[in-house]
Design a protein around this ligand. Structure first.
Ligand code: ARG
Length: 470
């Protein structure tokens, strides 16, 4: 290893424990590709404005490419003494191309460099997350389409409320994940800004061309303020916040899958390939996958809170505290991608016990609202109808019956306006299909929602790619 790249003013070598304490190479080495990409663009810009010669630029750029290859081939040697990935690459460049390597860092600081690397990294990861979420949304829509026509109990307070289509329930998650995808896309807009050229904090005396490096790296804008460019990490916080909200949605889906696969609900059977057994109880088939999805939500929330806490109250501009940003960021990126992947793979293999769902929808007075609506149709005020049905429910409960199992004469004792056509109004299909208000659970509405979702998905292009307007 060569001497430290910043040791000119130091008389004593760094303490070993300090080297270990300050090193971030084990974490930030995964930024190597973006570091090389950023340095390459920086070199090209330095040559363009005449700070280095074209020949020097070529030497540096090919040296950087060699390092990229060495890292990819697993031949690169890491060393705590070199702190981070930026130092490692610059140091290795010196070994490969000699003294000209020392020109690479002209008009640049590790402060704008690390802000650049993490923006490049996160922009690519965000695109990946959005693409993966699209895959999940497609699976949800296709599952909803395949399950059209099946009725299940809908709940509020986890108490049976009104029957809904299973497809409607699934499409609710489609909506949630669509908004999540939109949040990642929104965050990407503010991520897509180049900090390069801010240097340490104040800009630089060299005649650099920030727009050129931004263009080479595919950024849509350059940061307007050099201090802000190196001091803030809100682009990461936005990603972590979007990821946390996404995990809220996953945790709710996971919770439902766990409940639905219990004997108590019996609504679904999880695929064998996505469940695990017990080491002691031979009969067990446990929903470990949704449980872990639910559990990993805590990790992602923790990552958001960790970075919020790290950034809180930091005076401008760069502070070394900010090196702690990468651990939560990488942890959330990995977790969210793993969760999207496993859920997307599992969903198409879930077996829905639609007969059970339908049977359970017929018990627990899920058609009570419809009896009240029927009475309103007969001219009764809704509040009065509510009272009538409440008394009918109490009566039916005492008899151990459902509303539609009460004979007409008993029904008429609660309200004279009741006719035999009430029983038609209490039928499950009717109950579902009369809910035709926009966004309702009627089959026609759900079909339309599925058609619209398919159309939207087909028209969506990935951010950063040319394609039909999204
Ligand atoms: N490893 C550092 C980080 O991740 C890079 C920036 C270091 N800057 C500095 N002034 N020490 O934040």
């Amino acid at each position: 290893m060569s001497a430290k790249l910043w040791d000119g003013r130091f008389a004593a070598p760094t303490d070993k424990v300090v080297e270990k304490f300050t090193s971030s190479i084990d974490i930030d080495r995964r930024l190597y590709r973006h570091d090389i990409e950023g340095s390459t663009a920086h070199c090209r810009m330095l040559a363009k404005v005449g700070i280095i010669s074209t020949e020097e630029m070529n030497t540096l750029v090919s040296g950087l490419a060699t390092i990229g290859q060495e890292i990819e081939d697993g031949k690169f040697v890491y060393d705590d003494r070199l702190e981070d990935i930026h130092m490692h690459i610059e140091d290795r460049l010196g070994q490969l191309v000699g003294p000209v390597a020392r020109k690479l860092h002209t008009a640049r600081s590790r402060n704008d460099q690390v802000a650049l690397d993490t923006r490049l990294y996160l922009r690519a990861q965000t695109d990946m997350v959005i693409a993966m979420l699209k895959g999940l949304r497609e699976v949800l829509v296709e599952t909803a389409h395949a399950q059209l026509g099946h009725i299940m109990p809908g709940y509020t307070h986890l108490q049976r409320a009104q029957p809904v289509l299973l497809s409607h329930h699934l499409m609710a998650y489609y909506e949630m994940f669509t908004r999540d995808s939109g949040r990642f896309a929104d965050a990407r807009v503010r991520m897509d800004i180049s900090p390069l050229g801010a240097a340490a904090l104040a800009g630089t005396t060299f005649p650099i061309d920030r727009a050129y490096t931004a263009e080479l790296l595919g950024f849509s804008e350059i940061a307007a303020n050099s201090m802000d460019a190196v001091a803030d990490r809100d682009f990461m916080l936005e990603f972590l916040a979007a990821a946390s909200i996404t995990m809220v949605h996953f945790s709710r889906l996971a919770e439902e899958l766990i409940m639905w696969s219990s004997k108590e609900f019996g609504f679904i059977e999880l695929p064998d390939a996505f469940a695990t057994g017990s080491s002691i109880m031979p009969q067990k088939k446990n929903p470990d996958i949704p449980e872990l999805v639910r559990g990993k939500t805590g990790r992602v929330f923790g990552d958001l809170v960790a970075l919020l806490t790290t950034m809180k109250s930091l005076s401008l501009t760069y502070n070394r505290d900010m090196q702690e940003d990468k651990t939560p960021l990488f942890s959330t990126v990995d977790t969210v991608k793993a969760v999207i992947e496993v859920v997307t793979r599992m969903l198409p293999h879930i077996r829905f016990n639609t007969a059970t769902m339908r049977h359970e929808s017929g018990t627990g007075f899920l058609n009570a609202t419809d009896m009240a609506d029927y009475l309103v149709g007969q001219g009764m005020a809704f509040r009065e109808a509510h009272g009538v049905v409440g008394r009918a429910v109490a009566h039916a409960l005492a008899q151990g019956k459902e509303l539609h199992e009460l004979p007409l004469e008993e029904m008429q004792a609660f309200a004279e306006v009741i006719d035999a056509d009430l029983y038609e109004a209490l039928k499950l299909e009717r109950v579902v299909d009369r809910r035709t208000s926009a966004g309702g659970t009627a089959a026609a509405c759900v079909r339309a929602a599925i058609a619209k979702a398919r159309e939207d998905l087909a028209g969506e292009s990935q951010p950063g790619q040319e394609g039909p307007a999204s």
